[in-house]
Design a protein around this ligand. Structure first.
Ligand SMILES: Nc1ncnc2c1ncn2[C@@H]1O[C@H](COP(=O)(O)OP(=O)(O)OP(=O)(O)O)[C@@H](O)[C@H]1O
Length: 428
């Protein structure tokens, strides 16, 4: 039987308009996507890749710059009439009661007030908040507040429920509880919602809940992976098939830079590297840990062991692989000979090794050093480097790149930054 298409995106592209620091830079391009009735879709991707933007475009909260988006075959202007959204930050009105907050979800519906109230009370009951109708958001825990957010979205009986990292502001147990409850409402048809789309950082969360996973990555971002998840519910997180899927997704996300030049940018026809935001200290600790484990290690288990989500984890792995201290093969990470030497070295030897790798693998570090050393006082205003970088990096990226580069350069004793004079200076 042919699946019913609820929402369709064709050749969707997004560039931010003037005013923002990344104006004109394409965030999303060439997005072609059909969302079918009956599916729970999860969208994964690195931080800043455009997952939330994609969700907001589907919701009609952010306009696409070009391309076509339809709901049940009809293009829509403004808010998608068939969708409702749950936000990471709950986004409740503090001055309204729980009942009034949920009623906001019916603002655009032309229904008598008593019908609206009946619907809102039924939804409040369904999301487990019976008895809290007259409370205010600040009187509720985070988990309960997110239930209000869910109620406000569900009260309009949307065909498509959109959730933007709905659990990430909650503690582990509360999040797990809410995940199960939402899955139960969905699996057991307790809500008329025909499809759910969830943006998440959690690979395990996506595999636990979704029927289909998209990985969004690249610059501009596109859909890099579109993977069905056919494991029957309820899923056992310890089952080999579950672990293997999580593992595969970890590998795919680690390989994302092979297909998308996420770590490099071109300035005056030369490639420069965009550095992951990770400190030398975190890298050192990570390399020591890998050395301790003394074998190839499954990335998924490593993240699990430290109860880190991919968001915290990938920059460290990116840093370690970028500097040639570790390599990732088929979802396993292992130290390179340089990584082993680094982990076993003394503090001073480590600095030297770090210096060698930094100059070899981050040419920009070598160039900065050469420029500084060419000056008799070995100093240069930071604006000089900011101006060069501004030729191809969005303004918002420049301080992030320089922050990491300076922190790494300082650790390697190559160069440092004097905040007072706003100058970079060579250490030797
Ligand atoms: N309103 C806006 N104006 C200008 N730039 C924006 C706006 N919203 C987001 N961006 C930028 O667009 C890019 C994608 O952001 P988005 O929030 O969609 O990514 P994400 O994958 O959801 O990130 P995260 O996982 O960190 O939430 C980022 O560079 C972000 O800074």
């Amino acid at each position: 039987m042919k699946k019913k298409v609820l929402i369709e995106l064709k050749q969707v592209q997004k560039k931010w308009d003037g005013g923002s620091s990344n104006a004109g830079v394409p965030v999303l391009s060439n997005i072609n996507l059909s969302i079918y009735a009956g599916e729970f879709l999860a969208i994964l991707g690195p931080s800043g890749s455009g997952k939330s933007t994609l969700l907001r475009i589907i919701a009609g909260l952010t306009p696409a710059s070009s391309g076509k988006i339809t709901y049940l075959g009809q293009e829509y202007q403004g808010v998608n009439p068939g969708a409702a959204m749950v936000f990471q930050s709950f986004a409740l009105f503090p001055w309204l009661t729980i009942l009034e907050n949920v009623l906001v979800g019916l603002d655009s519906k032309d229904l008598p007030a008593n019908v609206k109230k009946e619907k809102a009370l039924a939804v409040i009951d369904m999301v487990g908040l019976d008895g809290f109708e007259n409370a205010y958001p600040k009187e509720l825990s985070g988990g309960m507040q997110q239930r209000v957010g869910l109620g406000r979205a569900l009260v309009s009986d949307p065909d498509v429920l959109l959730m933007d990292e709905p659990f990430s502001a909650l503690d582990v147990l509360t999040a797990e509880n809410l995940r199960r409850d939402i899955l139960e409402l969905w699996r057991e048809n307790k809500i008329p919602t025909k499809s759910i789309i969830m943006v998440t950082h959690g690979i395990e969360e996506a595999v636990y809940m979704a029927d289909r996973i998209l990985v969004v990555s690249g610059s501009p971002a596109g859909i890099h992976t579109d993977m069905p998840i056919t494991l029957p519910h309820w899923r056992d997180k310890n089952a080999p098939a579950f672990i293997s899927l999580v593992d595969t997704l970890y590998s795919l996300m680690m390989k994302r830079s092979d297909t998308a030049p996420r770590n490099t940018l071109t300035i005056e026809n030369k490639e420069i590297i965009v550095l992951p935001r990770v400190s030398a200290g975190a890298l050192t600790g990570f390399l020591e840990l890998l050395e301790d484990l003394n074998e190839k290690t499954d990335l998924y288990k490593l993240a699990d062991r430290f109860m880190m989500d991919s968001e915290d984890f990938f920059p460290i792995i990116d840093g370690a692989t970028l500097l040639g201290f570790a390599k990732v093969v088929d979802g396993d990470i292992e130290l390179t000979p340089e990584g082993i030497r680094f982990a076993q070295a003394s503090v001073l030897e480590r600095k030297e090794l770090f210096r060698t790798q930094l100059v070899q693998y981050v040419p920009l570090a070598g160039k900065i050093l050469a420029i500084l050393q060419s000056k008799s006082n070995k100093r240069m205003n930071i604006e000089f480097f900011e101006d060069i970088l501004a030729r191809s990096l969005p303004a918002a990226e420049i301080p992030l790149l320089l922050d990491t580069l300076i922190a790494w350069g300082r650790y390697a004793e190559l160069f440092a930054y004097d905040e007072q004079s706003r100058q970079l200076f060579a250490e030797s």
